[in-house]
Design a protein around this ligand. Structure first.
Ligand code: FES
Ligand code: FES
Length: 149
């Protein structure tokens, strides 16, 4: 049985190692903040961190995550304190329906770790998540606000 570390907790997951990580996160770990959108790495709704890098968990086999630190939206805040991206999202009222937003936030948190002061071009290149509600302008404003925090 593969053993995963998700948000700092180790757990055995009762799935075939080829199962997409998304399903181990949602159905085995019970962490449903990470969403299923397209299933083909195109929309970003399923974005989590693996060893600090943003990955699309709908196409990543569980076997690849063994021995790595997986972080989901539920593990982004530390010690009860929201991540600066989460704070900026609240301040700028980014979410509409919210479905894409946990993946969007995880992608942005990874971007700011690599590039603390991203330009609009950096954002366009890195944040390719799809939002059917069209929150892209609010997302951009919140990223710049989080970068200043
Ligand atoms: S559900 Fe994974 S990228 Fe769309
Ligand atoms: S907020 Fe609805 S899909 Fe993005």
């Amino acid at each position: 049985m593969p053993r995963l570390t998700i948000n700092g907790k180790s757990m055995d997951v009762d799935v075939d190692p080829s199962t997409p990580l998304l399903w181990a996160i949602r159905e085995q770990a019970g962490l449903t903040g990470t969403k299923y959108g397209c299933g083909v790495a195109a929309c970003g709704a399923c974005t989590v961190h693996m060893d600090g890098q943003a990955v699309r968990s709908c196409v990543l086999p569980v076997s690849v995550a063994v021995g790595k630190q997986v972080t989901t939206i539920e593990g982004l805040a530390t010690g009860g304190v929201l991540h600066k991206v989460q704070k900026a999202w609240i301040d700028h009222e980014v979410p509409q329906c919210g479905y894409c937003q946990s993946g969007m936030i995880m992608a942005v948190a990874a971007l700011l770790k690599d590039k603390p002061k991203p330009t609009d071009a950096d954002i366009d290149a890195s944040i390719t998540n799809i939002c059917r509600c069209g929150t892209f302008q609010q997302v951009r404003e919140a990223i710049h606000a989080a970068a200043k925090a």
